[in-house]
Design a protein around this ligand. Structure first.
Ligand code: GLN
Length: 446
């Protein structure tokens, strides 16, 4: 009830929720009370959480922040939300986001932009900006997000919270509305690494409903949190500290690294030489996969349908033209172009080859060091509207996050200070399935 009251009081200004599921929340809370009385609890019993509005929730509106799905009520539940529900958590609602998770500022939402709780004139980051703002403003204890190219880490950084993008395949994508299937991964967003560990504990692990979900055994993500960091080798990639990095962000990151040295870590200078290529490679691969994934929205079985279609073609065309926002249409067109005959080799195949080089950079670096650290984003949260007319400037925001998804490794964002009065996030990247190590490193700092 406290959280529902807080949402009523503060979310008018923030716009972090698309749907508040008051009735469900109260019923689940009542059930949690019963479980607690019976002594039949898990760490998530009764914990109020929110879900990014691209996780399908059975019987609950799921819009992906698009007009295309403004009326879509899924007949089934995503694995992530099902597992959190089964652990006894209480769902407060569904959070705002960039339409179909395409964006870095949460300004591409059919339901309006989300505001950063630290400064209402600034963006919360994207695409999981609603989840980040809701956690930061204490309109939920923790939230789910998804990260295709930075959408958990960058909003976590902009809002001063902790977020984890797990290894690709660590968490099931079943019931997550797909953006770019080879990059999408769900993860926790919360106030601390420990809270993220509780959520990951619930959601990680094999699911036969997702053929790309890994069968690698999960770890106990809480057991190792208190391990000291003596001897930890931290790699600092020189490419993460070059041109375009806001000075205050660089200072906050360097100070955080010094703290890790005090905790017993040693710093190694490393190089990830293909970092610059991650933007062109990602912005070919992600739109290509999106153009294919989003072809299912045709106005036939669910979602938006235009009025009075003349014939089938007219219905397809107008439903998609009216149902998708501008950024989504742009990416469908870019992706369709890159996949078309004659261009496939020049763009898509080439981007895939670059992806392999980027992955090898990480594999080689992680032979020398245990974790890699750097900024999450080159700047702190920018002003609402500041980059909406300049897509290249917007895409450049993703420079430090995209390569992690292209490689498929796990990475976190943890708050490490402020620059110009806005939060700064430190990015901690690790080897495949090293989530427990990342959480341990983050927890020792916190
Ligand atoms: N900003 C990136 C994009 O627009 C990443 C978004 C995401 O991770 N979903 O594609």
């Amino acid at each position: 009830k406290d959280y529902l009251a807080r949402i009523k009081q503060h979310d008018g200004a923030l716009n972090s929720y698309i749907t508040v599921t008051e009735e469900i929340a109260l019923a689940q809370a009542e059930y949690a009370d019963k479980l607690i009385q019976q002594g039949n609890t898990s760490p998530l019993t009764g914990i109020p959480v929110a879900h990014k509005d691209l996780f399908c929730t059975d019987g609950v509106l799921t819009t992906c922040a698009s007009k295309m799905l403004h009326n879509f009520v899924p007949p089934y539940e995503s694995t992530v939300t099902q597992r959190i529900k089964s652990a006894g958590a209480v769902m407060l609602g569904k959070t705002n986001m960039d339409e179909f998770a395409m964006g870095s500022s949460n300004e591409n939402s059919h339901f309006g932009a989300v505001k950063n709780p630290w400064d209402l004139t600034k963006v919360p980051g994207g695409s999981s900006g609603g989840s980040a703002a809701a956690v930061a403003a204490n309109l939920c204890v923790a939230a789910t997000g998804t990260d295709t190219g930075g959408s958990i880490r960058q909003p976590a950084s902009f809002c001063g919270i902790t977020g984890l993008k797990p290894t690709y395949g660590r968490v099931s994508r079943f019931g997550m509305i797909a953006y770019a299937s080879s990059l999408d991964q769900a993860g926790p967003m919360a106030r601390s690494a420990q809270d993220c560990a509780y959520l990951l504990q619930a959601i990680a692990g094999f699911d036969h409903n997702d053929s790309t979900c890994s069968e690698v055994a999960t770890e106990d993500y809480l057991a190792g949190l208190d391990q000291p960091l003596n001897g930890l080798r931290i790699g600092l990639p020189k490419e993460y500290f070059g041109e375009g990095l806001q000075e205050g962000v660089a200072v906050a990151i360097q100070n955080a690294v010094k703290e890790f040295e005090k905790l017993g870590a040693t710093v190694v200078d490393i190089s990830l030489p293909n970092l610059q290529l991650s933007i062109p490679s990602y912005y070919v691969i992600a739109p290509s996969e999106a153009s294919s994934n989003l072809s299912r929205f045709d106005g036939v079985r669910y979602g938006y349908r235009c009025e009075d279609p003349k014939d089938l073609m007219d219905m397809y065309k107008r439903s998609r033209a009216e149902g998708f926002g501008k950024e989504v249409q742009k990416r469908i067109m870019v992706g369709t172009y890159a996949l078309s005959e004659g261009y496939y080799d020049a763009y898509y195949l080439k981007a895939q080859r670059i992806r392999r080089l980027i992955k090898e950079d990480f594999v080689n670096a992680l032979k020398q060091v245990d974790v890699i650290m750097g900024p999450v984003a080159p700047t702190t949260a920018f002003g609402l509207g500041a980059k909406t007319d300049d897509p290249v400037a917007m895409y450049l925001e993703d420079i430090y996050t995209l390569s992690v998804n292209l490689a498929g490794i796990p990475a976190m964002s943890i708050p490490v200070g402020f620059a110009d009065n806005m939060p700064v996030g430190l990015q901690i990247m690790g080897n495949y399935f090293a989530e427990a190590k990342l959480l341990n490193v983050a927890h020792q700092y916190q």
